[in-house]
Design a protein around this ligand. Structure first.
Ligand code: XUL
Ligand code: CO
Length: 442
């Protein structure tokens, strides 16, 4: 891959990151991510399909609700919004190409600042789309997904497509139209809807039924526009139960799947699951993955990790090998992502203030996934893991159980089986043994 720098290099002190193996002492090298290495029949690059998220790395400035910006990065300084946007694109493509990753993802307002003028915003995004087209052509980096930010502007404080004011919904429509145009022009492979303001703060002022119908109609209308204009990729819904809204309609994987089924959207939409969102919903990430895989709807994932000591979306870079290995077991058994990949929706900490920290963060996350992929493939191929799980259900191979599964056994027949066979044996679930398998293969 060709390393791209713009007029200025923003990461002068950082070399191109290459695979050097687990023994290396070089902090700017991969120990596990060897993109062309074949694991379980596919290259690491093809299994993992890594993407850098524009927003956290190039728009995030370290500000928090208690304090001002701490990331005073050179690409975010130019007073002219178009030039600043181009500087950001230069920084993004320098980092992505130095990391050797195949994809990036963005929101419309990450790419260029928006004003309150719809036509001006469309024009700005078109200018930057042309700039990004050139960057993609020069580097070979591709757009995994685009999206519109329908949550930051004050007009969306009561929702975007679920806003009680149709006028606000129309603005959301204008924004999605422009973001879809940009995604299509850039050959984006998918398009994401994350509904941070699609929900309610109080039921006292909310007609939930009407709002959910509007959400569904908005998705259908957006899909129809994109299809009419040549978009052949997949739409993803990204579940999250709360934050910023008290209750969000896209609560978790099961809720979203039910919603997609109810509104006949399953043909075009799949799920983009995020680790920290699962935590907030009271689930493990593995649970959310399994729900999506079982429904054939695992589209993509946003990689990060939360903090078990607090209840908000801390979006830290993923490092937990046990959690990631258990996740990769599910992803591998499910055959991988349907259209998407692994997007680092994660940010460096407020006090990580060196541009090089962005590299350390990504290198750590990338290697953690690569190592977990190798470990999970090894477990599936060589350990008893699959067999033990299968054996737990072996009683369902009997003729009586098969009849039950086929719906041809009556409740009376179940009763007769129970009487004939007496009290069932106590059988171990062997959880600790299975947990040891994970650690033994790490
Ligand atoms: C917010 C979040 C978003 C989506 C895209 O929690 O995850 O950044 O990924 O809008
Ligand atoms: Co996300």
């Amino acid at each position: 891959m060709k390393i791209l720098t713009g007029k200025t290099a923003f990461f002068d002190s950082v070399p191109a990151i290459k695979y050097e193996g687990p023994q290396t002492t070089n902090p700017f090298a991969y120990r596990w991510y060897d993109e062309n290495k074949t694991v379980a029949g596919k290259t690491m690059k093809d299994w993992l399909r890594f993407a850098v998220a524009y927003w956290h790395s190039f728009n995030g400035n370290g500000a928090d609700p208690f304090g001002e910006a701490t990331h005073l990065f050179a690409w975010d300084k130019n007073p002219d919004p178009i030039q600043r946007a181009k500087d950001k694109a230069d920084a993004a493509f320098e980092m992505i190409t130095k990391l050797g990753l195949p994809y990036y993802c963005f929101h419309d307002v990450d790419v260029v600042d928006y004003t309150n003028d719809v036509a001006d915003n469309e024009n700005r995004l078109r200018q930057l789309t042309a700039y990004l087209q050139q960057k993609q052509a020069d580097s070979g980096v591709k757009l995994l997904w685009g999206t519109a930010n329908l949550f930051s502007h004050r007009r969306y404080m009561n929702g975007a497509s679920t806003n009680p004011d149709f006028h606000v919904l129309a603005h959301a429509g204008a924004q999605v139209k422009a973001a879809l145009d940009a995604t299509i022009a850039l050959g984006g492979e998918n398009y994401v809807f994350w509904g941070g303001r699609e929900g309610y703060m109080s039921l006292l002022n909310t007609n939930m039924k009407k709002e959910k119908e509007h959400l569904a109609r908005f998705l259908q209308t957006s899909r129809d526009y994109a299809r009419k204009n040549g978009f052949t990729g997949t739409f993803f819904i990204e579940p999250k139960p709360c934050e910023p809204t008290k209750h969000q309609y896209d609560y978790d994987a099961e809720t979203v799947i039910g919603f997609l089924r109810q509104y006949d959207l399953l043909g075009d939409f799949k799920l983009n699951l995020e680790v920290n969102h699962a935590t907030l919903a009271g689930h493990t990430f593995q649970h959310e993955l399994q729900v999506a895989v079982d429904a054939g709807l695992l589209g993509s994932m946003d990689a990060n990790r939360g903090d078990y000591q607090n209840g908000w979306d801390t979006d830290q870079f993923p490092t937990n090998l046990n959690e990631l290995t258990e996740s990769m077991l599910i992803i591998l058994e499910g055959g991988g992502f349907k259209g998407g990949g692994i997007n680092f929706d994660a940010k460096i900490r407020r006090n990580s203030t060196d541009p090089a920290d962005l590299f350390h963060a990504h290198i750590g996350g990338i290697d953690a996934f690569a190592r977990s992929l190798v470990t999970a493939a090894n477990i599936l191929e060589n350990s008893e893991y699959k067999k033990l799980r299968e054996q737990r259900y072996q009683s369902f191979n009997s003729a009586e159980a098969k009849a039950f599964e086929a719906g041809t056994a009556s409740l009376e027949q179940l009763r007769d089986y129970a009487v004939k066979n007496g009290e069932p044996a106590v059988t171990s679930g062997r959880q600790e043994y299975l947990e040891n398998i994970i650690n033994n293969y790490l």
